[in-house]
Design a protein around this ligand. Structure first.
Ligand code: HEC
Ligand code: HEC
Length: 203
């Protein structure tokens, strides 16, 4: 009996220490709502036919829930996603976050090695002349993000990443208390291309 109890304690401890915490969302309930999302974000969350449709697999659950809330409130604007988020409750958003966070991200790849090398400099060291902080200081050295504030940016489609950085730069995406708007404002379009290319190959 004693050994069964200590085994149970060990299992509980293992669950507490090792099991991923998906910010309280329910994965199964999220999956039940995610059928419609698969058409664009992929049945495994790794994106669809159009590279402007972002990969969601392995993204931070709180970040996903926040983006859905921002699409619904209009703080982040996108004609497709505001429609998608409109019927979702706060609980649905949490559950969808838990579901997509639980999916395994497939590694992406940079297709232009020279461009990626330029991007690596910015990602790891920023641009001192322009006052751009190193991206990795918030997004982590491998771009995996630092939950719950800083999203994963590794392995993402370059077209999507570029579009977001240009939107931050222009002030069209302003749902981040200005952290990213201030950063992207100082990046040139060439630097945006380069850093997006580098991040696509990070894993
Ligand atoms: C018809 C295509 C389409 C469908 C269906 C769709 N999305 Fe999206 N989703 C997009 C596009 C396009 C974007 C990028 C918007 C932008 O450029 O800002 C996006 C962005 C997102 C983002 C932000 C990702 C990030 O990294 O910031 C989340 C989260 C998201 N979608 C979740 C969902 C969920 C959950 C569903 C299902 C309820 C869904 N989407 C259905 C096309 C779609
Ligand atoms: C001071 C912290 C900080 C730094 C430095 C930073 N970021 Fe971010 N980044 C954030 C936060 C916070 C968000 C999430 C904003 C939100 O909630 O919508 C974000 C979001 C993003 C996104 C959107 C991700 C998505 O899925 O839509 C991209 C792309 C990105 N950052 C790229 C970069 C790049 C490239 C750099 C370096 C040039 C950089 N970031 C530097 C904090 C930072």
């Amino acid at each position: 009996m004693k050994s069964i109890l200590s085994f149970a304690t060990a299992v509980c401890l293992w669950l507490v220490l090792v099991a991923p915490v998906y910010a309280g969302g329910n994965i199964a309930a999220g999956q039940a709502k995610a059928g419609i999302c698969a058409g664009c974000h992929g049945p495994d969350g790794n994106g669809g036919a159009d590279p402007a449709w972002p990969k969601l697999a392995g993204q931070d659950p709180d970040y996903i829930a926040k983006q859905l809330a921002d699409f619904k409130s209009g703080a982040r604007k996108d004609p497709i996603m505001s429609g998608m988020a409109a019927p979702l409750s706060a609980t649905d958003m949490k559950n969808l976050g838990a579901y997509f966070a639980s999916l395994k991200a497939k590694p992406g790849a940079a297709s232009d090695a020279l461009l990626a090398k330029q991007g690596q400099k910015i990602f790891r060291g920023g641009n001192a002349t322009m006052g751009v902080s190193a991206c990795m200081s918030c997004h982590g050295p491998s771009g995996h993000g630092i939950p719950p504030r800083f999203p994963k940016v590794s392995g993402q489609n370059t077209a999507y990443t570029q579009k977001q950085l240009l939107a931050f730069k222009a002030g069209n995406r302003a749902n981040d208390s200005e952290t990213m708007t201030r950063t992207a404002f100082r990046l040139s379009e060439q630097e945006i291309k380069a850093v997006a290319e580098y991040m696509a190959g990070l894993h």
